[in-house]
Design a protein. Structure first.
Length: 247
């Protein structure tokens, strides 16, 4: 049991898209797809319980990481402050599950799904550990829930982003990146991975060396945001075309 919570990396690291990794991804994918069925089944009582429960699970999962890091003496301000995009989104999303704030939902939809998906598929921070070690499961669960909650809000609760959401989140993300850039310089951190690429293999390895990958990340982020907004853009355009055809 102690081996599952040890700070020592496992004998072999997680095999990205290996059987264990794909099993976790598949379980979450089934959960996301199930929302399309349960939105017709769940009533008000179920909905009022499920969303806060997801938020509590996400918060406890993140709090557990800080306890684990403190226990092993590896907690430090260079890596553990809630400044990475997903870390920020954890606490904003937890808040959203209790308030159903649309303003937070906008961030959760674009940054929760868009940001967490990359880390869910290539979990760099915990890639030295293999399933079922606590550290890698904590990472996968955290990012899986960051995707799950906005998907739930969209499919079950009927929330949806707007074109203004798209613009607003992209602008605020860039402002936040500038702030974090100076924080990194002050404390020697690498939050948002804008000081250097992650040491473990990620999708960022396909980009240019520092600092040229930063503007490339801008383009990637814009593309991801656009893809996430595209279903709603198409949905909004279809009635207009149908009406024009009838006229």
């Amino acid at each position: 049991m102690n081996e599952l919570f040890s700070v020592t990396p496992t004998d072999s690291p997680l095999q990205i898209f290996g059987a264990k990794h794909l099993t976790v991804v598949g379980l979450f994918a089934v959960l996301w797809l199930s929302f399309f069925y349960f939105r017709k089944v769940w009533g008000k009582t179920e909905r009022e319980r499920i969303l806060p429960a997801l938020g509590i699970l996400l918060g406890l999962n993140e709090f557990g990481l800080h306890l684990w890091s403190a226990y092993w003496g590896i907690w430090n301000i260079q890596t553990m402050l809630p400044l990475h995009m997903c870390s920020v989104m954890v606490w904003l999303t937890v808040y959203m599950t209790f308030t159903r704030s649309f303003a937070i939902y906008e961030f959760s939809y674009f940054l929760g799904i868009g940001g967490a998906l990359q880390a869910f598929l290539t979990p760099a921070d915990a890639s030295a550990y293999d399933i079922p070690h606590y550290r890698i499961l904590q990472t996968l669960i955290a990012h899986g829930l960051l995707i799950t909650i906005p998907v739930y809000m969209t499919v079950v609760e009927g929330f949806r982003p707007t074109l203004a959401s798209f613009k607003r989140i992209f602008i605020w993300t860039n402002i936040y990146m500038v702030v974090v850039f100076f924080i990194n310089r002050a404390i020697g951190g690498n939050y948002l991975f804008i000081a250097q690429k992650p040491p473990s293999p990620t999708l960022m390895d396909a980009l240019s060396p520092w600092p040229w990958y930063i503007p490339q990340l801008e383009l990637v982020a814009f593309a991801i945001f656009f893809i996430l907004y595209l279903p709603f853009l198409i949905k909004d355009r279809l009635p207009q075309k149908s009406a024009a055809g009838v006229a």
